[in-house]
Design a protein around this ligand. Sequence first.
Ligand SMILES: Nc1nc2c(c(=O)[nH]1)N[C@H]1C(S)=C(S)[C@@H](COP(=O)(O)O)O[C@H]1N2
Ligand SMILES: [Mo]
Length: 356
Amino acid sequence: MALAGSDEITLEELQLAARNHGMPLEALRYPLTPVGLHYLLIHYDIPAIDAAAWRLQVGGHVRGELSLSLDDLRERATVRLPVTMECAGNGRAKLAPRPVSQPWLLEAVGNAEWGGTPLRPLLEEAGLLDGAVEVLFTGLDRGLEGDVDQQYERSLTVADALRDEVLLAWEMNGAPLPPQHGYPLRLVVPGWYGMTSVKWLGRVTVLDRPFDGYQQSRGYRFRQAEDEDGEPVTRIATRALMVPPGVPDFMTRRRLVDVGRCVLEGRAWSGRHRVTAVEVSADGGASWAAAELSDPAGPFAWSGWRFPWDPQGPGEYTLCCRASDDAGGTQPLEPPWNLGGYANNAVQRVPVTVRG
Ligand SMILES: Nc1nc2c(c(=O)[nH]1)N[C@H]1C(S)=C(S)[C@@H](COP(=O)(O)O)O[C@H]1N2
Ligand SMILES: [Mo]
């Protein structure tokens, strides 16, 4: 991955940003993100798929291959699960030097209710053969990345693929998947960064050796330099975000708040641990106070939090929020840097002018 030579976002980055929109942070208000407000990340193009002719192929290192239509899948056990999904590149544009890719600020997150059928029984029906180590999920979208001609595809270990919460989803918030979110069928891997949840799924292949394709061995690895192997990016780091309070200035997005009590609110989540506390700072992270935290709507969904803020008086403030988890972790003030710009969970900073 290239690094930006200047602070300025390039037209190529803008080209990606205009296709792949974030969730406006005021949409943190909705416990379930309305479909059109959920963030979007599409590496190549949305593929044209004829759903009537489409089949999901399940094969590879199995006793018997399966070929399933959407109707076949819909006849299977159906579950609906609220899942907070975040792109691994969320926060990338705030790193210096900036990794050149989709230039996310903070908005690459959403919480949707995904409806579909659990993957595990399907894999059991196909019958994993001895020596099966990974399951590969191949999307029907194609493109070039790092000079490699590819379909978007990623794998999970057999143990991770067999987890109960892993879904083949055809529904988002009670409606059929829209084209941009993977119609007719996508994988949903709760707790993991979004790249794992392969959209426009065409094929599930059981492998007897680890997958070493582009999105596994070159993309989505934590490294400081190109020649490193690096550790794979997996589960979502602990994080809280707030709805920016008051009203924005159009160009700078600086917040303007009237003096008096201001109730701050937001969401917090973690794909690795359980969020146990959210704190708020009005002085850029020098001092912190506990917010009120609600129970999440499910084991993989974000929690709401609120904090009644009484500013000392008119003036300039920097609001921050941070989540802590049951493993004793919290969010850093400064972002951890890596070449791909992954998993930046540094605390959000919201400059606010309180007016008398
Ligand atoms: N086939 C396919 N699946 C994909 C992608 C893609 O480009 N192609 N992008 C991945 C990435 S990087 C993310 S963050 C999520 C985004 O899912 P969403 O657009 O539904 O929010 O989809 C993942 N699945
Ligand atoms: Mo992503």
